[in-house]
Design a protein around this ligand. Structure first.
Ligand SMILES: Nc1ncnc2c1ncn2[C@@H]1O[C@H](COP(=O)(O)OP(=O)(O)OP(=O)(O)O)[C@@H](O)[C@H]1O
Ligand SMILES: [Mg+2]
Length: 254
């Protein structure tokens, strides 16, 4: 049975998409079967891994999946590395609210139902959430076993974290009592600055689960999308990828 994990933080640019792409590559190299679901209208994960244009009328995407109740899965081949399966996103996801508004019952269960037939086929299903906390993210949390929260150590990084926790609580109460916050991890950690120590101490006092592994700043992660491959494939020795290897050890132990 697949472990379903949402990568979420309503704050933009903290590293959700990069985490999903890198962790997926690491898991695939470890022989795991991985399905990626891009839920973000920005479609950054899709653009990172695929060169196909899904912003065209008629393309089968996560948007059409919500509308037509059929999940399109594309296999992304990589030279000399294991392929990854992807449900791509599209700019049309920005219109999803209108589609969900027509769903009369169990609006938050649409994604869970779409994934259900595939749980036996994969070891991991990783969901890349948009920087928001609306219906789409509620769908992601309802379909998930775990939420992993990437954080940065800049000043405003923990503002509003209560809102994210409240969303998790709400889903636990209403649509998925089994959902667990797996933990927060620090991305682009800058060990030289005092501010990151202050932020870590502040977040530490919140009593939330925090992964032991954190991810260093590394330009290899910024460059990986240009190759349309996971950084785990194109820069396996990069320091941030090695950091992600340690994080994946923790995720596999969940
Ligand atoms: N450890 C890192 N070192 C250097 N650059 C990084 C690192 N992690 C992520 N980045 C870069 O930071 C930018 C934002 O990362 P990413 O797109 O993964 O964030 P996100 O949380 O998915 O953003 P959004 O909320 O817009 O979806 C990207 O350019 C990415 O390549
Ligand atoms: Mg993203």
């Amino acid at each position: 049975m697949a472990k379903v994990i949402s990568f979420a933080n309503h704050k933009g640019g903290v590293g959700k998409t990069t985490a999903v792409a890198t962790i997926a590559g690491i898991l695939a190299k470890r022989g795991k079967k991985v399905l990626l679901v891009d839920l973000d209208a920005q479609a950054n994960l899709t653009k990172h891994l695929s060169q196909e244009n899904f912003d065209v009328e008629g393309a089968q995407t996560i948007f059409t999946a919500f509308r037509d109740k059929e999940l399109p899965i594309y296999t992304i081949e990589a030279p000399d590395s294991p392929s990854l399966d992807l449900v791509p996103s599209t700019i049309y996801m920005a219109r999803l609210d209108a589609v969900l508004a027509t769903v009369r019952t169990a609006r938050e269960h649409v994604l869970k139902k779409l994934l259900k037939p595939y749980l036996g086929e994969y070891d991991y299903i990783l969901i890349d959430c948009p920087p928001a906390l609306g219906d789409v993210v509620v769908n992601a949390f309802t379909a998930s076993d775990f939420v992993v929260v990437p954080m940065t150590t800049d000043v405003y990084s923990y503002y509003g974290i209560e809102l994210l926790l409240a969303s998790i609580d709400e889903v636990q109460e209403n649509s998925n009592p089994d959902l667990k916050l797996a933990g927060l991890f620090y991305n682009r950690k800058d060990t030289r600055t005092n501010i990151s120590k202050v932020i870590e101490a502040t977040v530490g006092k919140m009593g939330l689960p925090i992964f032991k592994s954190s991810i260093r700043q590394d330009k290899n992660l910024r460059e990986a999308p240009l190759t349309h491959q996971s950084a785990a494939y194109v820069a396996p020795e990069a320091r941030a990828v090695l950091d992600y290897e340690a994080l994946v050890d923790e995720i596999e132990a969940l």
